[in-house]
Design a protein around this ligand. Structure first.
Ligand code: L14
Length: 343
């Protein structure tokens, strides 16, 4: 039988995540024969080289998805709400990187190493979790599987690239401006869609995305809801504080987790080491622990600072780091696309 030619579309090809998807396609053999790059009207016409081929980015419209097998969406929730249904209607499987469909009960929310089998249940849409959720469940999954898990309390230290290319430009310009004694006028962070903005250079902002009525931010509630969905455990106790730090790439997380059993540190470490996609970097004697600068452009999730709680024998403190644009977004999306294309 002739193998079917496969056609991949990338929506948001010129954005922070889209650019990393293209970088990953240079290094990783995804079984596709044709690639279409799509964007907003604003970026249409941009020329990009993909796998040695010069491609022109086209404006994404409903008809862009004619003949497309898999469409990767990383152009924000509004674009996904508008165009994901159009892609699905034309027979494509959509892998969506935004918050638009994650909590839809008909949409699997997938981290392949954790719940890859959920891909099979898709009805045209598969959602990629929030970057902070993805790296956390990667590290916690093996511990939960082996020892059971009752409670998670997490504080994040999130890089500006999560808020897109414009937030990276804002951090760069503010840093230069402040060092040169200029007055800076932030317009992007904590969120371009909100009325009040704060500088991120030489600062830390305890708000990512808008506030929900319960005084948690949407980013924090995404972590809560998505973690329960991925683990299929509504009784798991989860609370999050999400914080923006002046780092370009790589999210860090301080996580407190309560297991259902008392286990040794060796057991915790060997469970983490056995997990595909997780690397343990934990050597206090040599001052070794994960940091964002070591994880940039890498697909793995790094875990260190592993220590038992001082008061609760089943409680553990972990430090989890990963490139938010890779495992947190582009790499997880490509992994899902790969499974769909090969099925
Ligand atoms: O929900 O600003 O996929 O860092 C992840 C990154 C929301 C914004 C998501 C950020 C986005 C977040």
């Amino acid at each position: 039988m002739m193998p079917m030619k496969k056609h991949l579309a990338i929506v948001g090809a010129t954005g922070a995540v889209g650019q990393e998807i293209l970088r990953i396609l240079e290094q990783y053999q995804l079984p596709v024969d044709q690639i279409t790059l799509l964007s907003s009207k604003r970026s249409a016409g941009t020329e990009l080289t993909v796998r040695g081929e010069r491609l022109t980015v086209q404006e994404a419209t409903p008809d862009s998805f004619q003949g497309v097998d898999v469409a990767l969406f990383s152009a924000g929730g509004t674009v996904s709400k508008l165009l994901v249904p159009e892609a699905v209607q034309r027979g494509a499987v959509a892998v969506d990187n935004t918050n638009a469909y994650r909590m839809d009960p008909h949409v699997p929310l997938v981290v392949p190493e954790v719940n890859g089998e959920a891909i099979k249940e898709h009805q045209g849409i598969i959602a990629n979790p929030n970057c902070s959720t993805t790296q956390m469940v990667m590290a916690l999954h093996p511990l939960r599987q082996a020892y059971g898990m009752r409670r998670i309390i997490v504080s994040t230290y999130q890089a500006v690239s999560g808020a897109g290319h414009s937030a990276m430009v804002e951090l760069e310009n503010e840093t230069k401006g402040i060092l040169e004694g200029e007055k800076v006028t932030p317009t992007i962070l904590p969120s371009a869609a909100l009325p009040v903005h704060y500088p991120i250079a030489f600062n830390v902002i305890p708000q990512i995305d808008r506030f929900e009525p319960n005084d948690y931010t949407l980013e924090e509630m995404k972590m809560v809801r998505e973690t329960k969905k991925i683990f299929q455990d509504a009784t798991l106790e989860v609370a999050a504080t999400c914080v923006r730090v002046p780092v370009f790439r790589g999210h860090s997380e301080s996580v407190y987790v309560e297991l259902e059993q008392e286990v040794s540190k060796e057991d915790v470490i060997s469970s983490l080491q056995a997990m595909a996609g997780v690397i343990v970097v934990d050597n206090p004697e040599k001052q070794q622990y994960p940091m964002p600068i070591d994880g940039v452009g890498k697909p793995e999730v790094y875990v260190g600072r592993i220590r038992r709680d001082l008061d609760h024998p089943n409680g553990w403190h972990l430090w989890i780091v990963s490139d938010n644009l890779w495992k947190g977004a582009a790499w997880n999306t490509v992994q899902i696309a790969d499974q769909i294309l090969k099925s």
